[in-house]
Design a binder for this molecule. Structure first.
Ligand code: SF4
Length: 381
C-alpha cells in the first residue's frame, strides 16, 4: 500500500531514513557541526541540542552483516546491537564526535564496553538509567543528566546554560507537536499517509537538525492534510515494539492490506506523545520528570505496566484500531514479557494481537507475509 504523495519533504525524510550520514548530516559536518550519537530513546536529546550539537539516534541502516562484531558480542546479543557495533568497527560511524550509551539492557551495555575500546569515537559516555518511574528515580536521572552535561562541557569546551536548555526544550516540543499533528491525520477514516511513510518521517526526526526537520514536516502537513487518504485497507493496525527503524518492515505488513495507523515504538509515540513542560525553573528537573515519569515508558521500567496498558487501550480507542502487531527482536527479553502481557490483555478486550519475532535486517519476508495474511483474516471489521 502506498499513497500517491509526491512530496519533496517525504522524499527527504525517506532519504534520511534509508542512510546513516544523510545529506543533512553531511551539510552539518561541512559547516563544522558536531554530532552526538545515542543508543536509546531515553537519551535527553535536548542537552545535545543546547550544546550546539546534532543528536543522532544510532541505527545500523545499510548493514550487511555482523562478522566483525561477532568476535566481541555473543550470538545471543540482539541483532540491532551486533549490527550497530559492526558498523562502528567498519568505520561507518566516523561522522559522530560522541557516542552515548544508556543501561537500557545488557545488550546495549555490552556495546558500550566494546565501543569505548574498539571504535575511534572521541567522546564515549554511559548514562545509568533507573528501572522505576517514581520520584527518587526522577532525581537519580537528573543527576545523570548533570553528569552528561558536565562531561560534554569538559570534553568539547562548551557551556550549556539553562537558557540554552529551555530554548532546546521549546524546539524539541515543537517537533513533538508537529509529529502529533501527523498522527492526528492518521485517525481519519482514510488516513493520508501510510504507516511505512509515517515511520520514515519519525526516523528522520532523529537524524536531522530539528529546525530543518520542523520546516519540512510543516511542509508535509500542509501538503497532505487536504488530501484524499487511503480507503483501500482491510484493517487498521497498531504496532508495538522497540527499535523498529525500517519502513520496509511495515511496507510488507501494509502490502497484505493492513494499514498501520499508530504505534508504541521508540521511533513513534513513545518519543512525542507528551511535551516537556516549558518554564523558567530548573530545565534538567523538567527533563528528568518528562523522560522518567511522563512519557509512555519502555518495558524495562518495572511497575509501570498498568500505565503502558492504559496507553495502548487509549490508542486502540482513539485510532479505531482493529488489531495489534507486537514486533520483537529475537533475544530481546524486555519485549518478550511485555508482548505476553499486552497480548493477554488485548485479546481479553476483543482486540486480536499477533506477536512477530524478527531480526534487525528484514528477512523471512515470505513467512512474514503469511503470518500477517492469516492475522488479517482473523479480524472481522
Ligand atoms: S531491542 Fe531489546 S535487547 Fe535490543 S537493544 Fe533494544 S531493549 Fe535491548
Amino acid at each position: 500500500m502506498q499513497t500517491s504523495i509526491k512530496s519533496r519533504a517525504l522524499k527527504e525524510f525517506a532519504e534520511a531514513t534509508a542512510t546513516l550520514a544523510n545529506p543533512a548530516v553531511e551539510e552539518w559536518k561541512r559547516q563544522g557541526g558536531k554530532v552526538v550519537g545515542y543508543f536509546c530513546s531515553y537519551f535527553p536529546e535536548e542537552i545535545a541540542t543546547a550544546a550546539g550539537f546534532l543528536p543522532f539516534r544510532m541505527r545500523a541502516t545499510g548493514s550487511k552483516g555482523t562478522e566483525l562484531a561477532d568476535a566481541y558480542l555473543s550470538s545471543i546479543n540482539c541483532s540491532f546491537t551486533r549490527h550497530c557495533f559492526n558498523m562502528g568497527l567498519l568505520g561507518e560511524y566516523g561522522f559522530i564526535d560522541g557516542a552515548v550509551c544508556l543501561s537500557t539492557c545488557d545488550h546495549v551495555r555490552r556495546v558500550y564496553d566494546n565501543w569505548k575500546w574498539k571504535v575511534n569515537t572521541p567522546f564515549v559516555h554511559m548514562m545509568s538509567l533507573p528501572k522505576k518511574v517514581e520520584e527518587p528515580q526522577v532525581g537519580w536521572y537528573r543527576d545523570e543528566m548533570v553528569n552528561l552535561k558536565q562531561a560534554l562541557e569538559k570534553h568539547f569546551s562548551v557551556k550549556i546554560t539553562d537558557d540554552r536548555l529551555w530554548e532546546a526544550i521549546r524546539l524539541h516540543n515543537e517537533t513533538r507537536r508537529l509529529q502529533r499533528q501527523l498522527y492526528e491525520l492518521r485517525k481519519r477514516q482514510n488516513p493520508p499517509i501510510t504507516g511505512a511513510e509515517a515511520l520514515s518521517v519519525m526516523v528522520a526526526g532523529t537524524a536531522m537538525p530539528k529546525q530543518q526537520y520542523n520546516l519540512l514536516l510543516r511542509e508535509l502537513l500542509d501538503e497532505i492534510s487536504q488530501r484524499e487518504g487511503n480507503a483501500d485497507y482491510k484493517a487498521r493496525l497498531m504496532i508495538l515494539g522497540g527499535i523498529l527503524d525500517d519502513p520496509g518492515y511495515i511496507e510488507v505488513i501494509e502490502e497484505q492490506g493492513g494499514l498501520v495507523v499508530t504505534d508504541m515504538l521508540c521511533f513513534g509515540t513513545k518519543i512525542m506523545w507528551k511535551d516537556v513542560p516549558e518554564g523558567t525553573g530548573d530545565p534538567l528537573a523538567a527533563l528528568a520528570q518528562y523522560y522518567i515519569a511522563e512519557r509512555p515508558s519502555c518495558p524495562r521500567m518495572f511497575g509501570d505496566y498498568p500505565r503502558r496498558a492504559d496507553f495502548v487501550r487509549d490508542m486502540v480507542r482513539e485510532f479505531k484500531v482493529d488489531g495489534i502487531i507486537g514486533e520483537r527482536l529475537i533475544f530481546c527479553d524486555l519485549w518478550a514479557l511485555e508482548h505476553y502481557l499486552q497480548a493477554k490483555e488485548s485479546k481479553a478486550g476483543g482486540v486480536p494481537y499477533l506477536i512477530l519475532d524478527r531480526e534487525y535486517l528484514l528477512a523471512g519476508i515470505g513467512q512474514l507475509r503469511t503470518r500477517v495474511q492469516a492475522f488479517l483474516e482473523t479480524i472481522r471489521r
